[in-house]
Design a binder for this molecule. Structure first.
Ligand code: PEP
Length: 249
């Protein structure tokens, strides 16, 4: 069991609307959890969610952030803008963004630094795909993703979080086994020690994501280096997501 206070993050992706926003707010308001909980709706709903949840403990986060601070970059949203409206974290380098929007370790590194500079907690998403797993190069892939994206990042007095999301587990219903996930999380922690030193690395949350549901959440969370969960599909049902949050307590 992890020594760190668990964090459970919902990633709505390009899903949901006003109805889901209202249902989620209604489901969470007045409830207390011993875990930290964050919801990342599409950008357009963040402000309403922040207003509705302002007296709750729920953190509102974004699914992405611009690598630019300001300027002629149509359609972008900067880390400082997210911070200004009250966001607490941003996902960076989700596999869908890497696959479909040409994000790579270099752009992730810039985005991590943008988020840190605005005191927005970056949640760097990393993970191997099925072919890489079959080829037995999972750790090599994660090593490169981490060392490239975290190079030259100064986290003094800042917070950062890693989300291990095996691509083959995302949206497939086939989660990593708790033992396999723990082995990978142990490797990630080891590399965080190399990058930031042992004392700091011990405090960093490493989340697991990929087909998490209310039936597998507790067993995953029972692993020493699994400090939280990143939940996609199952977070679109507020009651299911609340059940997962309870399993993570
Ligand atoms: C995700 O996309 O971040 C994710 C974990 O999705 P799912 O829970 O649906 O596998």
């Amino acid at each position: 069991m992890s020594k760190r206070i668990p964090i459970v993050v919902a990633n709505w992706k390009l899903n949901g609307g006003i109805d889901l926003l209202c249902a989620s707010v209604a489901a969470f308001i007045g409830k207390h959890f011993s875990t930290k909980i964050a919801i990342c709706p599409p950008y357009i709903y963040m402000r309403d969610m922040l207003n509705f949840l302002q007296h709750s403990e729920i953190i509102v986060g974004s699914q992405n952030v611009s690598k630019f601070g300001s300027g002629a970059y149509t359609g972008e949203t900067s880390a400082q803008m997210l911070k200004d409206v009250g966001a607490g974290l941003c996902l960076i380098g989700h596999s869908e963004r890497r696959q479909m929007f040409n994000e790579n370790d270099g752009s992730c590194q810039i985005k991590v630094n943008q988020a840190l500079a605005s005191d927005l907690m970056p949640v760097l998403c990393i993970g191997e795909n099925a072919q890489q797993r079959e080829a037995g190069i999972t750790n090599d892939v994660l090593f490169r993703q981490m060392h490239d994206a975290l190079a030259d990042t100064d986290i003094t007095n800042k917070e950062i979080c890693i989300a291990y999301e095996p691509v083959w587990a995302i949206g497939t219903g086939q989660a990593a086994s708790p033992e396999d996930a723990q082995a990978v999380h142990g490797f990630i922690r080891q590399e965080l020690c190399v990058i930031y030193g042992v004392e700091r690395a011990e405090k960093i949350h490493i989340l697991y994501g990929g087909s998490v549901n209310k039936s597998n959440a507790r067993e995953l969370m029972n692993q020493e280096d699994i400090d939280g969960l990143l939940v996609g599909g199952a977070s679109l049902d507020p009651n299911h997501f609340i059940e997962i949050c309870k399993q993570a307590e």
